[in-house]
Design a protein around this ligand. Structure first.
Ligand code: ATR
Length: 282
């Protein structure tokens, strides 16, 4: 029940009405019996600074940040968690002592989703795509004891920039980039393949999987971060090939669970959150 002591958390974005975050976060708060409520806030880019300042003054406890504000929100914050600073994007804000602290839980969400199936230690990892989600995942993996990281992207310059930026930090030395034409070859030489492109996402014009079953080695793990539909064409092809799979729902749940830990200090009920999400996804 909402009362005078209810803590408010929210998500800001533009658009915001399709966000699943209110559903999974409120399910978690309810299960944990926490007096918190999670609300969607439609915030236009030109109002971002005043929205963050206003949220702080309204004693809102925290926010998730989504498209298109993840990068631009940085300048409105008082402090940044080191990995959010490296990634250059924030998806979670905690308001504390009248200050706004920025975090990025996307990469750790992906890492924990993978760790459900396998350890990433000493693994060769292939990431397809070099956009915002890829950046968060690549920095996190580079910190996590992997052997090598290869980024493949349609726009080769973006893959080169991302890998050279990570190399410059000195956290991982075996970093490579390649173009989409070499995807089949690169997939033969990896342990874990992660798709961060929107191919196969509901509503995206191109539903083709980036690889077909006969191009996927059976001894690799295929992680598609697309979560709607839960079983993308890439996940279907990987299963047909006999490979292990990690669907995008896992990353979505684990990144949300990390944010809940930042705001409340509590371990989130990931199974409850996932079941709630599965009720509304296909
Ligand atoms: P997100 O925040 O979800 O990562 P993004 O920053 O727009 O979204 O990044 C999308 C990634 O998917 C990019 O790497 C993009 O490739 P380009 O850098 O070449 O644009 C990739 N992508 C999008 N559509 C694609 C397609 N049809 N084929 C291959 N890659 C695609």
């Amino acid at each position: 029940m909402i009362d005078g002591t209810t803590n408010i958390i929210g998500v800001i974005g533009d658009p915001i009405e399709h966000s699943f975050s209110p559903i999974i976060n409120n399910a978690a708060f309810e299960y944990l019996n926490l007096n918190y409520v999670y609300l969607p806030f439609h915030v236009l880019s030109e109002n971002l600074g005043s929205a963050i300042g206003g949220a702080n003054k309204l004693n809102i406890k925290g926010l998730n940040v989504t498209i298109p504000h993840k990068k631009n929100v940085l300048v409105t914050l008082n402090h940044l968690d080191p990995i959010a600073k490296e990634i250059g994007a924030v998806n979670t804000i905690k308001f504390e002592n009248n200050e706004a602290i920025g975090y990025n839980t996307d990469g750790i969400g992906c890492l924990h989703a993978l760790e459900n199936k396998t350890s990433v230690t000493n693994k060769d990892i292939l990431v397809v795509g070099a956009g915002g989600a890829s950046r968060a995942i690549c920095y996190q993996l580079a910190h996590s004891g992997i052997n090598s990281l290869t980024v493949i992207n349609r726009d080769l310059a973006k893959a080169e920039e991302l890998t050279s930026n990570i190399k410059n930090t000195g956290i991982l030395s075996d970093l490579n980039y390649d173009n989409m034409d070499n995807l089949i070859l690169q997939a033969q030489q990896t342990d874990i393949l992660i798709n961060t492109t929107p191919l196969g996402m509901k509503g995206y014009p191109d539903q083709n999987p980036i690889l077909h079953a006969d191009e996927i080695p059976e001894d690799i793990i295929v992680n598609d971060i697309v979560y709607n539909p839960i079983e993308t064409n890439l996940i279907k092809e990987a299963k047909e090939a006999g490979a292990k799979t990690v669907n995008g729902v896992k990353m979505l749940i684990y990144q949300a669970a990390e944010a809940i830990k930042i705001w409340t200090g509590k371990e989130a009920p990931k199974d409850i959150m996932e079941n709630k999400l599965r009720e509304i996804l296909t």
